[in-house]
Write a protein of this length. Structure first.
Lengths: 738, 121
């Protein structure tokens, strides 16, 4: 795919998204001009771009859609639910056509073409047929040339008579460029400048054009082509074009309609060879005998552009002030909108390269820092720490480049919710908050599918039919919430509904049936609810179109875990359920907290660190400490990773938090904050739980990055493991290596 | 070398027109919105021709042309606007705002260059 096509596809996909959301908005505020204009503009931009890349099937389809939108914009038709649904269908179809273009196929296949034809037929029949604009171009009446009958003049040249309008110069047009251009489509045989309108020097306005031309023009071009030269000034200039061998009476009529002295004009025509002297005398005699032109020969007062010009200028000043005020007022509104539109497109590869380089810079910086520290030279240390701070700022700015707001992803669901709720006969209101929460672009792309699954599930299984809702004392209209926010180094995306909630008994029964739980096993609500994420679990009694197609919540969880995230569910019977997806903030570089155990160094993501405390001497053997009256479970890294050697007399505890649960990580040394460039682990080590990645220290050594989520969850589930009688630490590691 | 300033919110159009113009030996300046372009004009950029789309979010092309015409340095600047067959009614409005002429989209490279030759030498 060449560059223009790829730009076109990207741009058009954005336009389709904009088109969709505007159409949905139109549903709430039909007839809103701004919305209608935005809709039209989107379709128009797509069609324009398609024309440029010569993608005829997109042009043809979008053209008809645009015609309908144009009528809508002019309020010739109204946007009812049918039309909006049809137009949404059209937007989908354009999306499909873009897919065809992307795939490199020469055109849509038969099925898609039939879909398109069906949509077009409906548009034509229902919305364009009542004598509207139709799809054709406005027909131009053919220019009829008068047949040269008797009395035709001898000259075989075209005769062009033009008087430029007073404002031509002020509109950025130079009469000379017209004449030059004319010269490029034929030969100017003779040209006479008519400066009769020119006033006295003192009265002359240098910005006003007073000139006209009589031109004898030899060319094989047709009349339309010659007229086209003057297209831009057509409305404000007086233009007469007479074909070769026109009738004498046409010339006489021309002379009489022009403002200049007839006699002098006649002489000019003779001089440039349009007429012979005989023809002129003949013609003027005819005219005097029968003044068909309606204008008497003789002195015709010259047009007086000067006073009009002055009045125009005066009037313009007044207008300018009015325009100024209006524009100033509009500016305040438009400036904000434009700020959103001020975007630069960059290839993602370039950004990734930049971030890679920044990563290397951070590592190199750490090395410099370390070496400077060893020298003990105060000034050098000072200078490197300044550099370090700048590198940190560069790192943040570079990472920020990859961040996009999740709002765009959320907005897709307006359409989904609308379509699905109609299909299921439910009334659902979608409420979105935190759309400005930013996360990595790559993550935004991958979170769409799991999110879609959760939303569909909530609509299908969560929210009840209006009658059932009313019966249980709730408003008929169900509520679906999408929410995003930051929480201790993670991004949380919530999908919540106010439906029936999860059914504990049914889930448990199903889990027992599927062997996911033991009969009689006592499980907390949270444990039961989380069973729905187990592979092979589905409680939907009938398979609907919307969900329950065999792709279960386990896939959702797996996708989210693939992004180093987690998903949890909480629910209250009769009140609804809430799914919370937690994702790490970024993938490339983080602020870390460096700790040492034995000879090894580990990095704990700083965002998850709450505080550091010293481990009491006597607390050496226990698996928990008393943290200001709270029980804080401990993870001993020395034990967990089977590190040889005796622990030092003084050990430290780093208190970390994930999803509201705190744990303590027991380490030998605290080594302070460290900018951490995350390097993925090799395939062999990728599945080790408790380790999230690796990084390179300033000394060139490798440090492992701890996966706080896994460690905290390990603490939470340790009781259960204990019950099974296994040694907690070893069981954990054994389970980790597949 | 003549400089042509191009304003369109469609990246596809910007890319394609500027390609044709550069190949024909013009220097091309581009802006994705009228407000961006207006800033450049207010800063006094030297151009020989302005080509602008009419239908753009933020400031539309017609208001933009009016604003440019108000700047003394551009009172005689040739200004062409991009339009389509279906937008004939906009022509008069744009002309009244101070436009010199128009280019009907989609235009072939030849049509485009011919129209430009009509307004700049």
């Amino acid at each position: 795919m060449d560059e223009i096509t790829s730009v076109f596809v990207t741009e058009s996909r954005e336009q389709i998204a904009a088109l969709e959301s505007a159409l949905l908005q139109l549903e709430n505020s039909p007839g809103d001009d701004d919305t209608l204009n935005a809709i039209f503009r989107s379709a128009h931009t797509i069609k324009g771009g398609a024309g440029v890349i010569e993608c005829s099937y997109i042009v043809a389809f979008t053209h008809v859609v645009e015609n309908v939108l144009d009528r809508l914009r002019e309020h010739a038709i109204n946007a009812d639910a049918d039309l909006i649904a049809l137009l949404l269908g059209c937007a989908d179809h354009i999306g499909n056509l873009l897919g065809v273009l992307e795939s490199g196929a020469p055109g849509p296949d038969a099925e898609l073409a039939a879909d398109g034809a069906a949509l077009l037929a409906r548009l034509q029949r229902d919305w364009l047929s009542d004598g509207g604009r139709g799809t054709g171009l406005p027909s131009v009446p053919p220019v009829l040339l008068e047949a040269s009958g008797g009395g035709a003049v001898e000259s075989d040249c075209w005769h062009i008579s033009v008087r430029f309008g007073a404002d031509v110069l002020r509109n950025g047009m130079d009469p000379l460029s017209f004449l030059r251009y004319l010269g490029s489509i034929g030969r100017i045989v003779h040209l006479e400048t008519i400066a009769d309108a020119m006033p006295e020097a003192a009265e002359m306005d240098p910005e006003t054009c007073y000139l006209g031309f009589e031109i004898s023009f030899a060319s094989g071009a047709d009349k339309a082509a010659i007229e086209r030269v003057f297209d831009f000034v057509r409305d404000e200039c007086t233009l007469n074009i007479l074909p070769p061998h026109s009738r004498l009476s046409d010339f006489i009529a021309l002379i009489s309609t022009l403002p200049e002295d007839s006699m002098r004009l006649g002489e000019i025509l003779v001089r440039i060879g349009a007429l012979t002297q005989d023809e002129l005398e003949d013609g003027l005699r005819q005219q005097t005998a029968a003044p068909a032109g309606g204008v008497e020969s003789g002195e015709v007062p010259a047009a007086a552009p000067q006073p009009i010009g002055e009045i125009l200028v005066e009037r313009k000043v007044v207008q300018a002030e009015l325009v100024d005020a209006a524009v100033a007022r509009q500016k305040q509104v438009t400036e904000k909108k434009a700020a959103e539109a001020r975007l630069i497109r960059i290839q993602a590869d370039k950004l990734d390269r930049l971030i890679d380089l920044v990563g290397e810079l951070v590592i190199a910086g750490a090395s410099v820092n370390l070496l400077a520290g060893r020298t003990g030279v105060g000034e050098l240390i000072e200078a490197t720490s300044l550099t370090g701070r700048l590198v940190e700022s560069i790192r943040d700015a570079a990472l920020q480049l990859r961040m996009v707001q999740i709002g765009e992803t959320f907005n897709r669901f307006h359409r989904v919710v609308r379509d699905t709720s109609r299909e299921m006969g439910k009334e659902i209101e979608l409420s979105i908050s935190g759309g400005d929460t930013e996360l990595d672009k790559s993550m935004v792309e991958k979170i769409g599918d799991p999110l879609m699954h959760l939303v569909r599930n909530a609509m299908d299984h969560g929210l009840e039919l209006p009658a059932a809702r009313e019966a249980s004392g709730k408003p008929a209209r169900g509520r679906l919430e999408l929410n995003a926010f930051h929480d201790s180094g993670s991004i949380v995306i919530e999908v919540a509904d106010d439906g029936a909630g999860l059914n504990r008994e049914r889930i448990l029964a199903k889990a027992v049936e599927r062997g996911l739980a033991q009969p009689g096993q006592s499980l907390s609500d949270a444990e039961v609810y989380n069973l729905i994420f187990e592979p092979g679990f589905s409680t939907a009694e009938k398979v609907t179109n919307i969900s329950g197609r065999g792709v279960g919540m386990d896939v959702v969880r797996r996708n989210i875990q693939g992004l180093r995230g987690s998903v949890d569910v909480s629910s209250e019977p009769g009140k609804g359920s809430r799914f919370a997806i937690r994702l790490p903030l970024t993938l490339a570089i983080i602020d870390g907290f460096l700790v040492g155990v034995g000879n090894a160094a580990y990095v704990i993501p700083l965002d998850s660190v709450v505080e550091c405390i010293e481990l009491d001497q006597d607390g050496g053997a226990r698996d928990y400490v008393n943290l200001r009256g709270e029980v804080l479970p401990l993870v001993r890294l020395r034990q967990l990773f089977d590190i040889q050697g005796e622990p030092p007399a003084r050990q430290n505890v780093v208190v970390v938090q994930y999803a509201g649960i705190k744990s303590g990580i027991v380490v030998d040394q605290l080594m302070g904050e460290f900018q951490t460039v995350i390097k993925p682990l090799g395939n062999l080590f990728r599945n080790i739980r408790g380790i999230g990645g690796s990084t390179i220290l300033g000394s060139g050594e490798v440090a492992l990055i701890l996966d706080v989520q896994a460690l905290v969850q390990r603490c939470a589930s340790r009781e259960a493991q204990r019950a099974d009688g296994a040694d907690a630490g070893r069981a954990f590691l054994a389970a980790a290596v597949p | 070398m003549k400089t042509i300033f191009l304003v369109d919110d469609s990246a596809t159009i910007l890319l394609s027109i500027s390609g044709v113009l550069s190949k024909a030996g013009y220097a091309v300046e581009k802006a994705p919105s009228a407000l961006d372009a207006l800033k450049t004009f207010q800063a006094g950029i030297k151009v020989d021709l302005l080509i602008t789309d009419l239908n753009m979010p933020g400031m539309n092309g017609i208001d933009f042309i009016k604003e440019v015409r108000k700047l003394p340095a551009y009172r005689f600047l040739p200004i062409l606007f991009l339009t389509t067959e279906s937008q004939q009614s906009k022509k008069a409005e744009a002309k009244a705002a101070g436009a010199s002429g128009w280019i009907v989209k989609p235009a072939s490279a030849e049509e485009l260059l011919n129209t430009i030759k009509l307004v700049i030498r």
